[in-house]
Design a protein. Structure first.
Length: 317
């Protein structure tokens, strides 16, 4: 054990996180053969197998899963401490890894990326779109993006944007041919474009009005696991599609798509940036949190009505 060092542990975590020696080698800036040999030497010194290797896949053994779970948070602390020392008295730098669902990234985060990196050119930003809920610490992320109902209690959460909403859309041609539903139940008589999540589930469509909640199991010939496919099918007149409003603002403005049942689809809180509360955030993450706060202030000022008195609205405080 005495001859294990941080490079061994970092190499193991890279392989455990990526489940791929080639990607882990790129991440740790070594050759695949060197990385593989380092892991074999580590297993010999520990006297236990950490990885199941085949020609096509890499998986953790039970011992490997235990080691990853135990050392990932500690390695995160070490990395954060070293990064803070490097950046002491200097501008934020280094890699910042963020994980979140594609709609939140596409609609809310994407407009921030270039201005943030222009302000902090020494930061290397990596954003991974993923629907599944993960342990961001174990997976090597500095922060994650989620909606309020999915946030753990031990996380610090920062609002990323204003309320969002789903819209139910179809092409004007489809509605002209098949009619416009005025109640959610009428969608059962229409062709619908369904969504399959990464975990295999196909969500029902949920509607709410005056305290009444209606859930509809959509029916139709197409399952779309990503929004662009569903949107193209809706534009082509296949049927109705439930999608974040931010994806279709231009389509609605031009009339390419038509929104229905709007009084049944209330807004909900926008996404949150979250990160562990047990430690001081690394400088790159702290810079991003500060950037988000200023971005949100500008958004609220732009959205606020004219205020002759010049006083700030209560909701902006």
């Amino acid at each position: 054990m005495s001859d294990l060092d941080l490079r061994d542990l970092a190499a193991f975590l890279a392989v455990a996180r990526t489940r791929n020696f080639r990607r882990a080698a790129v991440e740790t800036h070594v050759s695949v053969s060197s990385l593989s040999q380092r892991l074999r030497d580590m297993e010999e010194r520990l006297g236990v197998r950490l990885l199941h290797r085949t020609t096509r896949s890499v998986a953790l053994t039970e011992a490997g899963e235990l080691l990853q779970r135990k050392i990932a948070p500690a390695m995160g602390d070490v990395h954060a401490a070293l990064q803070q020392v490097r950046d002491f008295g200097d501008v934020p730098s280094g890699r910042l890894r963020i994980n979140g669902p594609a709609p939140a990234i596409d609609i809310v985060v994407a407009p921030m990326v270039t201005p943030f990196l222009q302000q902090y050119p020494q930061v290397e930003l990596e954003i991974v779109a993923e629907t599944s809920l993960i342990d961001i610490v174990a997976k090597g992320f500095d922060a994650g993006i989620r909606y309020g109902e999915d946030l753990a209690q031990d996380m610090i959460a920062v609002s990323l944007g204003p309320p969002q909403r789903f819209v139910m859309v179809a092409s004007s041609q489809y509605i002209a041919q098949h009619g416009r539903p005025v109640a959610p139940q009428q969608l059962l008589q229409h062709c619908c474009i369904r969504t399959r999540f990464d975990n295999g589930s196909i969500p029902e469509w949920e509607f709410e009005k005056d305290g009444q909640v209606v859930r509809i199991p959509p029916r139709g010939p197409l399952l779309a696991s990503y929004s662009r496919l569903g949107l193209e099918a809706a534009r082509d007149g296949l049927g109705f599609y439930a999608v974040f409003e931010g994806y279709v603002r231009d389509d609605l403005a031009t009339g390419t798509l038509v929104s229905v049942l709007e009084d049944w689809l209330p807004p909900f809180p926008g996404p949150f940036l979250y990160y562990p509360s047990r430690r001081q955030p690394p400088p790159a993450l702290a810079a991003f949190v500060s950037f988000v706060a200023e971005w949100r202030k500008r958004e609220r000022r732009a959205a606020a009505p004219e205020n002759p008195s010049g006083s700030e609205r209560q909701g902006d405080r």
